[in-house]
Design a protein around this ligand. Structure first.
Ligand SMILES: [Mg+2]
Length: 125
């Protein structure tokens, strides 16, 4: 059971009281891309091969990632509200689609099976 309704309502209430009004859909799409970029930049440094510039590393990477994910989620909730999308229903339909389409696809994907670690090269990994 999902609970996007409560989150959509909370965002709508915040927009009406503190945000004045929603940015238009295209502005929010642009904002979503901006926030996605911030998340990508952070993840590229925490999980990827990029490094933080001196003094720019977050004190708690997990909290910083959670904050960026929530920035992304907030804008997704805004877009859903302003385009009258019921995310609880949409999520249910989408998960059903994924299950019907991909229910066995990943189970049969050899690339997703656990790798055997070769004892001779284990130290290199
Ligand atoms: Mg952000």
């Amino acid at each position: 059971m999902t609970q996007f309704f409560a989150a959509q309502q909370q965002v709508n209430d915040w927009i009406k009281t503190s945000g004045i009004r929603y940015f238009n859909e295209m502005t929010n799409l642009s904002n979503l891309m901006e926030e996605t970029g911030e998340l990508a930049s952070l993840m590229g440094r925490v999980y990827g091969e990029q490094s933080f510039k001196k003094g720019k590393a977050p004190e708690c990477p997990k909290s910083a990632i959670a904050d960026e994910l929530t920035d992304v989620l907030f804008i997704v909730l805004c877009l859903a509200n302003q385009m009258d999308v019921d995310l609880d229903e949409a999520f249910k339909v989408n998960m059903s689609k994924k299950t019907n389409r991909d229910g066995t696809r990943h189970l049969c994907n050899e690339k997703l099976k656990p790798r055997e670690i070769n004892a001779e090269t284990a130290d290199e990994q």
